[in-house]
Design a binder for this molecule. Sequence first.
Ligand SMILES: [Zn+2]
Length: 659
Amino acid sequence: MGGRKGQGGSFECGLGRQAAWAGLVFAVLLLVSAVAHAGDKSLSAAGAGASLRNRLGDESADLWQDPPEPFELLTILGTNDLHGAVDPHLPDWAGAVRAIREGQKKRLGARSSVLLVDAGDQFQGTLLSNFNEGKLVFDAYSAIGYDAVVPGNHDYDFGPEGWLYDKTGQGSSDPNPRGVIEKLARLAAFPLLSANTYLRESLHEATGGPVVVTQKGCLPVQADPAAQGEKVAQAATAVAWDQAIRPAFLQPYVIRRVGSARVALIGLDNPDTGTMTTIENVSDLCFRDMLETYREIRSELEGQADVFVAVMHHGSPQSEAFAEALLQDGPDRLHAIFSGHTHRIEKKKIAELIPVVQSGANGEAFSRVDFVFDPRTRKVDHSKTRMLAGGKVKFDQCAESVRPFCHIKEGQAHFEGWKLESDSKLQSQVALARDELKPVGSRVLGVAENLLTRDRTRENPLANVLTDALKETSGADIAFLNMGGLRADIPAGDVTYEAFFRVLPFNNRAVVMEHLDLERLIRLLRASIATCGASGALMQSGLRVRFERECQGQTVASSRLVSVQTVQGERLYDAEQGILGPPDRRLRVATLDFLAAGGSGYSDFIGVPVTEDLGILRERLVEQFLAHPARWQAATDGRWRWLPTGGSKKLSGPSGAPN
Ligand SMILES: [Zn+2]
């Protein structure tokens, strides 16, 4: 094996611009090595017509090579952030997994094993997944044969049972704020993993006394953790982690015996989960530092496993820093990371040893890591580890990302020499679920005359349509929505409930605040103009806002509110004169409960009394549209006007207004 360098073991499938170059280099390497090893006994003995390349002939010369006997091939396939994109991705993906499994088994028999992991956020995004509260997704994952799944922050969004109820006490009869995820975990054929998720009240000091901890990091604090800001006083005490308890629906790791190898899959959730889901559903949990947790588990598992894989709901740079830190601990502390949450294509081999992979979002791609395992030494040959991210499943062509194990025969794509076919059983399950939601999903709410698009920082047609509708249904002076909450554009044509659901997939409620004063209003508007895309602006109906802003990429160099008036023409603010109008002027504002609680950093809403709950925003608007079908046009009207910088700067001094 040691003499087979350059045979593709270290080849990493290229993406985008790199792909063609990498493919060329690889083909050349293969050619060179094929010549160099023409008389290599170990190769010919091991290959003996077994390798995919040999079976397929010269045209497939860039395919990955199989390890010779007695080496074993351990393949780990990974997905992340599906966000409910069941249709058509899951039946297709099921077919891809089957092809890789069957194709490798046919060539290598018991020397091939395939494991399957998911790094979080399987839900939230489509009606098809939310209508049955994740059951369709988890049933499909069970059928596909996942070995381990990590919950992302969005796994907690469902809250109690009842698809329109995300928290307890809002009409759901289920008193359990984790009713759905616990039920899904019970029904799943795979374990739900998170080693760093703990029940806060189970944490104690070594001396036995209870300890109060922060939600992020599970750090001991002096102050009341319910207090805002969770100020962490220097830990005067240490948590006795050996007595700490995780929620019963989670387990920290699972060890899979595949071939001769024992593979530990260790789950890690995002330490920020507490603020990235419905807060009430996780308030009794804390999320410990990923590295500290992993180190503890890894020590515990010494001698019990040969290969260690972290599956984490966090991405670069945290995932890479994690691998780098473990590298310092010594050899074989960690063999690979499957990451998620950031929706990026991540593909990096840390110090040429530890692959870190993530594959976008919404079921569009997958990751793969292959280890060559020596059953005699029980070790991975790191020089032969190969990986890819962003792998695509296509039935009539081989995407560049999967070329090392894909070829076309009679017009059809094959993975590992096995014909790719979408899973027909899963397809019919999806069709059945579609039928169930048809009466709800196919309702037509109106017609979009053209595509209604979004923009995180500028006035945009979709935000105008939605804030106008909220203003109308609430009768408020101003309606505010955050751009981060609008998750899809509205395509031209009939707008169905299903399409509209993609725009507002979260069950946030619309609320009215009766008495927003002008000082708060101006602070909120200043916060809203001070983004160049890193965060989403607060869009509105009811005002005419003019501002200046300078962006350097996504970073705000400067921003300045120039003027604010109501649509009726009442002047509320001017950069020269400051706040205008009587000091007791109050405005009636409609927005989301999420924003009213200070979400997305709009903390100036906190403390303004909520006087009315209009129900789930999406459902409230749907009622309105069903009663009065809408005709939408992609229009802007200058309500959020970005002026060239400097035009009026001199009027208010050099630094402008602080944000
Ligand atoms: Zn996430």
